[in-house]
Unconditional design. Sequence first.
Length: 228
Amino acid sequence: MERPHALLAWSGGKDAAWALHALRERGDVDVVGLLTTITEGHERASMQGIRVDVLQAQAAAAGLPLLESRIPQNCDNTGYEAAFAATLDEARNRWPGIAHIAFGDLLLADIRAWREALCARLGWTPLFPLFGRDTSALAREMLAGGLRAALCCVDTGQLDAGFAGRDFDATLLDDLPAGVDACGENGEFHTCVAAGPMFTAPIALRRGETLLRDDRFVYTDYVLSELR
């Protein structure tokens, strides 16, 4: 029998990337597309701040189309949900009968409950292939599996700004202060993925400038390398 089609919520970060790998390994659904939320004007992923062209390169490396759910700057939750619903409708026009969407959430029960309620209202079934995993063990598993990523955003209310732009590697995990989740699941940091078993080939990225925004969040820009 044909496996059910599924979308994957795609941020450009390690958890979404590893969720794709886990779903492919599991094999009970066929991931046919990635859905990402883009802030218009900035032309970047709304949370991670990853450039659209980098997201598109990631999707190409994963062999999947990228569906863009576009929201205005300073968008409220109502606007976000409306854009999300419209993009899901677009997916159903493209893949009739599709009803599953996966998320890379790891351990926050309130976020999972919110996603479940939203999907229920829209007639979709959410999947959480990584939820409940020990995040310290999961971080090491990602690295052992060949994932390469770097920190593209740091919340300085939870983690020192000096971590921005660092590679997500064993040294970084060893350096994280006590109380900081190894996968940044409490929002301590976000990552930009360049390689891993979910990609057919690595993406060549060049580190750009690092900026402080809103007096709290330090973003490190990653740009597609001309040498790739």
